[in-house]
Design a protein around this ligand. Sequence first.
Ligand SMILES: [Fe+2]
Ligand SMILES: [Fe+2]
Length: 234
Amino acid sequence: MAIKTLNEKFHHGLGDIYDAEHLFLEAQQEMLPQAQNPQLQKLIEQHIKQTEQQIATIEQAFKALGAEPKRVKCLGANGIVTENRKTLKEVSSNPALVDLAIAGGSSKVEHYEVSCYRALVQIAEQTGQAKVAKLLQKNLAQEEQTASKVEASMPKLLQQAIKSEQGQSAPAATKAATQGSRATADAQSRTSTKSAGGAKKTFAKGAGGSQASSEASDRMIGDGDSGAEQGTNE
Ligand SMILES: [Fe+2]
Ligand SMILES: [Fe+2]
């Protein structure tokens, strides 16, 4: 359908995110039983409740505009959800990778939502629809907060995946020693992350794999995330 006015575009965008929220709600309900990490489970549980509220909040926004809530097929949300489902299937044999895939997929979802709500809030504000802007701002704040929490969970999930692979590849004689010195390995891993910089590009086997993966962690988490990494619930 052709969109000819800003008002029509705004209604279309609202219908898009209304559809997206329904798709993301279903996706989270699917992911929850697959998540192994208790913090990740809690985060998804909390956000399922928030998403239900967000759907109701969008309905209030439609009402404030004098319109009926209407889902407009959101191809963007559909694509992200389809991609996440595919990835989860592909990593299903490795629980550590499943958690990482859930967090990575959730991060894509939350950033997509943040982008949609920011655009809608701006239009609502600049066209004098203060009540609608306030309602959508509420959803935006929840998405921004969830995006931050998901990102903060990633370094630890990444460390779990690294440890899991080290445990699988270590010879039987050294496996017990490796497990017995996990704290030391953590410290070494953190040290190698800090000292490696961007120079080491070889994806070496064994302990070298930890360095390469730590560099990947650096790229994902950026600076200032060491606090999240230190938090452990093992
Ligand atoms: Fe949402
Ligand atoms: Fe969300």
